[in-house]
Design a protein around this ligand. Sequence first.
Ligand code: HEM
Length: 483
Amino acid sequence: MPSCEPWKTYARWGQDYKAPVISFRVYNRHIVVLNTAESMTNLLEKKADIYSDRPMSWMYNVICDRGKAIFNISSSDPHHKQYRKLLQTGLGIRAIRGYLPLIQRESRRLAQGLLQNPDDFVTHVQRNSAAVIMKVAFGYTIRDDDPFIQVANEASKISGWATEPGRWLVDHHPIIRFIPSWFPGAGWKRQGLAWRDRLRYLAEIPHQWIKEQMEAGTHSESFTSKLLRPDGRERCSAEEEEVIKWCAGALYAGAGDTTVAAIISFILLMALNPEVQKKAQQEIRDAFGDALWDILEQEHHSTGNMTMTQAPPIRRTEVRHEELQDNVDLSRISRLPYLNAIMKEVLRFAPVGNLALPHRVTEEDTYGDYRIPKNATVIGNVWAVMHDPNMYPDPFTFAPERFIRSQFTSEIQPDPRQWAFGFGKRACPGTHFAETTMLFAMFNILSQSTISLPKETSRPALEYTTGITSHIKPFPIVVEHRN
Ligand code: HEM
């Protein structure tokens, strides 16, 4: 399998064979790649009943005991429905309205961090995402070098190693999972069992923390605390608690890398597209007038010499924040048309999940002349659709105008969110949350600063990271206070 940007190779194979669907084998596994929007809709959406399972990862699901996590669990397991219901409520539009002040506060902190220390922009973006999701999931306020972040990052690293495609023979020859761990050559099994213990331990840390806070009455309300004491009951059952733990863990796992990747790509794309940036800044000024600018201006002068480790004094920030809320209806930020168009174009131009997550088909099926065997791994090539010139003319140009009706464009191009967030019964339950986090980060960054390339540097060629999530590889940028 191609190890670098495989989505581009799959798209090229599709073009070479003039086929919307390509397939190949890796050991004994049948892989089917869907390269067109039509094939994805016809199979992953319209036949979601048979296309929504996940391929089995024996190393991760069984040896590391992660089969119950929402990302891996079978869609026929009743827990999957239960998880999705809880997450859809916890991440739905109504719940998000309650998180807006938190998202706004952390986005402002991100924008200030960028101004103070632009070289570390990736760290600021990671901190922003972690701060929001830890507060939402556990009511936990993170600090710099926070131990909980290290816990989450370690779990994410182990998960990455244990699910690396093609690395573990047991994924292709599951019979060897019965080999005892002491057996010569069974180092992989000893490694998997060690990871299982570590992952269990790491998942317990935030869960035990919130329980202790609740006992002591010192917690702030969060996704976990609300579910642990449902409908005024003193506590939930042990089985319900297990479900809550898996769901809360999914929040960090789902939000951690994804929104970070999207915001990093946004920042770099703003440096390369000054006209787009200017237009968005004008839209913000037109929509919110001078009240917002006065507050930001005062804030800039009072925090001008601050470093990131010296966070703004909480009381003053809170007061300003309330002031801002009085003057700005936060939900209006999500409705700015050009900002929304930029968000869609970031998701299209540099998709976060180029191959989404793999699905498994549970029955043999046909699509046109193609036979799709039962148990095949089915991959939607999101990148191929987002760069299909028939859907998005001039696909390698960053142009948010594609999504805005005007006198120059007769037709709006398709909304890329229908592919960016996956398919059928496995479609991302964090969509609204992700969009809100992105829009608020974009709004605050553009309100406070202008991003550009360092003087006298030429425009860098774009390169992308390869992984389950992907983003544009960072290059040097300049962030200046926006006058
Ligand atoms: C820009 C941000 C994001 C993108 C592009 C994204 C994209 C995706 C994609 C492509 C999938 C796989 C869907 C499939 O298998 O067809 C997925 C699944 C998932 N995402 Fe997201 N996601 C984002 C943010 C989030 C956030 C913020 C959360 C939670 C707070 C989240 C939670 C999840 C969960 C729990 C799943 C697994 C769903 C399942 O297997 O049933 N995601 N996401």
